[in-house]
Design a protein around this ligand. Structure first.
Ligand code: NOJ
Length: 744
């Protein structure tokens, strides 16, 4: 790379004009970076600047209409492209990068981006499943593996983590986030950002992360993707924004806006959200990209008459880069000419883009991520597969285990393996599975046969995932009759959750529920292993099936991870990051709801309830069993009254009262009893994982800070209010011990 031109320009500049660098507050390294950015900016024509704000898709996965561009490569030569998505592979990215750095006037390298959501080649559980581990270190390691693989395949940037809080399981993209809780979601957001970005973006195993979809997208009305959102300021600040703030504080390099209309203004054109909150209030210095053609999408929303108006809205809102929309490319110059935007704004956005290119080291060596030998030796490393297996087994949630059906003994005489998920390799990795391939997946069937010997595994699929064909029932029941134990591997196909994959009926699809109930009638030990990217309604099967293991969509190492848990080599420890409803009509249902003026009261008609279903879900947020049991005792809080900024210490003894070692996730919730605006009945504010040997007791301590007690008050200010609080500590959001204190 010939960067003499930049170095000359650098030496001419004395101070940094780039607004993304705070000259007063920044350290020397940041100031130098600012000067480098300026030096490039100083050489650019207006067209080249606008080009940096334009992102095109290559021919990998596409998730929306593709702009027709037979002249794509020419656009790169002309300096009209700042970034590409969906160009995968060290060799392919090198080829395209070569055009940018050898054939364009300024030789500015491209950034390559891709949706690396739960793994690149080694596929981890879907993010919702990973979050069920409540294990931030494991989640960080998973993102580190994904970043290492993706970077080896030429990628600089992942469009992850998705940090949208989702309270409606009909929404297909619930699988892509961390569930319903802002606190858990924030911890997971930080972990994933740290994992993808590592400690230093110039390390070639790290990639830029992207907090998306800013903001509120997870609240799509009716659980239907791309639909409207209408969110109060309080809910926005307290529920939907915290994971984004956590990602920003963790240094996430980029943000992506979403497709949703938020309170009448689509988020891609929402100045209040992007410019005022993100860039000004949070002082965010990273770069903001639109979602796929979401700038032009504002015409369809009915808030812009044409691309000119859409571009004006998005650019003035603070969206720096246009993903696959061509709106900035065609309209920014016109908008500038008409005085609707300023060149200063364009420069600032370009600075944000160039900054990333410098941080990635692309100006030093634009090919540093394009090494085909590294790619070949990095993907699917045994240690990555070991991480994926560990992440998967940590993600499994034991929902029921009557009569201790689980764990199974290795000396079991025979197992009937029934159900469409038993040997469905591709379905194990779900959607957003990067470059994951079915051929690398070890299915449950394969692993069971390895562990028990093929002769002991009697397999019959029984039913498809989502059809009404019962012709396989007879063979499945015959197989089940012959076996000592039945495992039913059922649930959703891998492509039943994800973008644009919403459902109105979130029962176990097709005729599978019927099949499971038939199997249950045999009265044999029956384990239902469930695969799904969202909560399902399990009320009926829960009545008849003795053991249920929630396995989500576990990834490449599905089979080994499942057998680790099924045979007790690993004691399940996952906890639900999202509520499992009792009935469809309860949706949206989430644990941190408000109390209402008439909360449900037994036998009192004029209280908040249903005629035909309980208010409670089937499985509450935070729920998950183990092969052992845990008892909570001696809840102690350091003070009954706190003042000033003094944090509160909360301690509790957790005892493993069972026969085997196990890991418990103790959860701490608070309730502010009276506020200037009504407060949720409980809010998660801490969790701790602890491994306890049989009979062992450990004292777990939590620190509750003023930030934990803060909320967005009636004056629109974030802070605490004096008054009484409750503290709940326990094994899930329903089963807790309580204490109280007062904040003065
Ligand atoms: C659309 C999706 O909403 C977004 O999450 C994704 O990153 C982009 N497409 C790019 O594939």
């Amino acid at each position: 790379m010939k960067n003499i031109i930049f170095l000359t320009a650098i030496s001419l500049l004395i101070f940094t004009a780039c607004k993304t660098v705070d000259n007063e507050a920044s350290g020397e390294a940041e100031k130098l970076l600012g000067k480098k950015i300026d030096s490039v900016l100083a050489l650019m024509t207006l067209e080249e600047k606008i080009g940096q704000l334009n992102q095109y898709s290559g021919d990998g996965e596409q998730t929306g209409p593709v702009t027709l561009r037979p002249d794509l490569l020419q656009s790169i030569r002309d300096g009209k492209v700042g970034s590409m998505l969906n160009i995968i592979g060290a060799g392919y990215t090198r080829k395209i990068q070569k055009i940018a750095v050898e054939e364009s006037r300024l030789k500015i390298p491209l950034i390559f981006g891709y949706d690396v959501i739960h793994g690149f080649k080694t596929i981890f559980p879907v993010p919702l499943g990973e979050s069920a581990s409540w294990d931030t270190e494991a989640v960080e390691r998973a993102a580190r593996v994904a970043g290492t693989e993706a970077s080896a395949a030429g990628q600089h940037w992942t469009f992850a983590p998705m940090v949208d809080i989702a309270r409606d399981p009909r929404w297909g993209r619930i699988m892509e986030g961390s569930g319903e809780d802002p606190y858990l979601g924030s911890r997971m957001a930080e972990a994933r950002v740290k994992g993808f970005q590592g400690k230093d973006l110039s390390d070639i195993t790290t990639i830029l992360a992207c907090a998306k979809h800013f903001a509120g997208y997870g609240d799509s009305q009716a659980g239907r993707d791309y639909f409207t959102t209408d969110i109060s300021e309080n809910a926005l600040r307290e529920v939907y924004l915290p994971p984004f703030k956590a990602a920003a504080d963790a240094g996430v390099a980029t943000f992506m806006t979403g497709f949703n209309d938020l309170n009448g203004i689509p988020v891609t054109g929402n100045k209040y959200l992007v410019n005022d909150i993100l860039k000004n209030e949070w002082k965010y210095k990273g770069m903001v990209v639109s979602d796929w053609a979401s700038i032009g999408g504002m015409i369809t929303h009915g808030i812009a008459a044409n691309t000119y108006e859409a571009g004006e809205l998005a650019f003035n809102a603070g969206v720096d880069m246009d993903m696959e929309g061509k709106v900035y490319l065609t309209e920014l110059k016109n908008l500038l000419k008409d005085g609707k935007i300023t060149e200063g704004q364009i420069d600032e956005s370009v600075c944000r883009v160039l900054r990333l290119k410098f941080l990635l080291g692309l100006f030093d060596d634009p090919y540093r991520y394009c090494n085909i030998e590294r790619e070949a030796s990095t993907l699917l490393k045994p240690e990555f597969l070991a991480e994926a297996r560990d992440a998967a087994r940590k993600s499994f949630v034991l929902l029921k285990n009557e009569n201790r059906v689980l764990p199974l003994s290795l000396s079991v005489k025979s197992v009937a393996l029934i159900g469409p998920a038993s040997d469905a390799a591709l379905d194990m990795i779900g959607t957003w599975s990067g470059r994951g391939e079915a051929k690398h997946v070890i299915t449950l069937k394969k692993e069971l046969e390895t562990r028990l010997g093929a002769a002991k595994v009697i397999y019959a699929q029984g039913a498809g995932f989502n059809d009404d064909d019962k012709s396989g029932f007879a063979a499945a029941l015959a197989a089940a009759r012959k076996a000592e134990v039945i495992i039913a591997a059922c649930g959703e196909a891998g492509n039943m959750s994800g973008e644009s994959l919403c459902r109105t009926d979130i029962g176990i699809p097709g005729v599978q529920e019927e099949l499971i109930l038939e199997l249950a009638k045999l009265g044999k030990p029956l384990v239902l292993v469930l695969f799904n990217g969202r909560p399902l309604i399990l009320t009926k099967v829960n009545t008849f099936v003795p053991a249920i293991l929630e396995a989500w969509l576990p990834g490449t190492m599905a089979g080994p991870a499942l057998c680790d848990v099924l045979f007790g080599d690993y004691n399940p420890s996952g906890k639900l990051p999202v509520t499992f409803p009792y009935a469809l009509g309860q949706i949206p249902i989430f644990y941190n709801h408000k109390n209402s003026g008439r909360p449900i009261k037994q036998d009192d008609r004029y209280t908040s309830h249903y005629l035909d279903a309980p208010n409670d879900p089937l499985f509450p947020f935070g729920f998950g069993l183990s092969y052992t049991q845990f008892a909570y005792n001696n809840l102690i809080i350091s003070e009954s009254t706190i003042t000033g900024n003094k944090p509160l210490e909360v301690r509790v003894d957790v005892k493993n009262t069972g026969q085997v070692a196990g890991t418990e996730t103790a959860q701490l919730y608070i309730r502010d009893l009276v506020g200037s605006v009504t407060r949720p009945v409980m809010e998660l504010k801490g969790f701790k994982k602890v491994m306890l040997k049989a009979g062992e007791v450990q004292t777990i301590s939590f620190t509750v800070t003023m930030e934990d007690l803060s909320f967005y008050n009636r004056q629109g200010v974030w802070g605490t209010e004096p008054g009484k609080f409750k503290i709940f500590v326990g094994t899930n959001s329903r089963n807790t011990m309580e204490a109280g204190f007062e904040l003065r």
